[in-house]
Design a protein around this ligand. Structure first.
Ligand SMILES: Nc1nc2c(c(=O)[nH]1)N[C@H]1C(S)=C(S)[C@@H](COP(=O)(O)O)O[C@H]1N2
Ligand SMILES: [Mo]
Length: 202
């Protein structure tokens, strides 16, 4: 079998947030392709920093150890890449955005969030969508440390959106009043990125 399996899929199944398990136009893969634009940063956890700025009452910088002291969650979810492959039922471990925000002082004017990453990648989402209960900063996949090519030591993952909405090597969040396009959003990918509506480009 090649990279993509075209086995028949049961389109009656739904996922945990009520959407069909298999979004239109996606193939199942058991491999985990790497999609990186540009360099692959090399970050060790001892040097890793995660900064929160913009419309917050206090700028905060977390070290790795501080981030690990936040509540840790394991979650089964599916990963949809805009280039039409999807991975199903991996277990993702890390810190939920909803747990992170509990220790932040976000200004009520903040309506949008920019994820920033080592290497300069960015991606934007409305704060309301970041607050979905499955948006997670991942350091562990299926019990193993997240591989460097996949964003290790830490990446963001937004299961309800195409995967470019999660920054690999994530190192910060910027809270904003107005929306601003991130890297792929400036280069033709959809701003909203809903796999069930096939919002791939704009
Ligand atoms: N920092 C960074 N994050 C990124 C990307 C990237 O190029 N750089 N690519 C995005 C895209 S387009 C996808 S599909 C996923 C791919 O994740 P993977 O390489 O682990 O499969 O990461 C997203 N996050
Ligand atoms: Mo992608």
């Amino acid at each position: 079998m090649g990279l993509f399996s075209k086995d028949p899929i049961d389109s009656n199944e739904s996922n945990y947030f009520g959407k069909p398990k298999y979004p239109p136009g996606q193939y199942i893969t058991k491999k985990f392709p790497v999609l990186t634009y540009g360099v692959t940063p090399k970050i060790v956890t001892a040097d890793w920093k995660f900064k929160v700025w913009g419309l917050v009452d206090e700028i905060v910088t977390f070290t790795w150890d501080e981030f690990m002291k936040l509540p840790q969650t394991q979650m089964k979810a599916d990963f949809h890449c805009v280039t039409t492959w999807s991975r199903y039922d991996d277990t993702w471990g890390g810190v939920l955005f909803t747990d992170l925000v509990k220790v932040l002082k976000i200004n009520p004017e903040a309506k949008h969030v920019m994820q920033h990453a080592y290497g300069g990648y960015t991606t934007n989402l409305p704060l309301e969508w970041m607050l979905k209960e499955d948006v997670i900063f991942v350091h562990t996949v299926n019990g193993e440390p997240l591989e460097r090519d996949h964003g290790g030591p830490m990446r963001a993952f937004t299961p309800r959106r195409y995967a470019w909405k999660g920054a690999k090597w994530v190192n910060g969040l910027e809270f904003m009043k107005d929306d601003r396009p991130g890297f792929w959003e400036q280069n033709g990918y959809s701003n909203t990125a809903d796999p069930w509506k096939e919002e791939r480009t704009w």
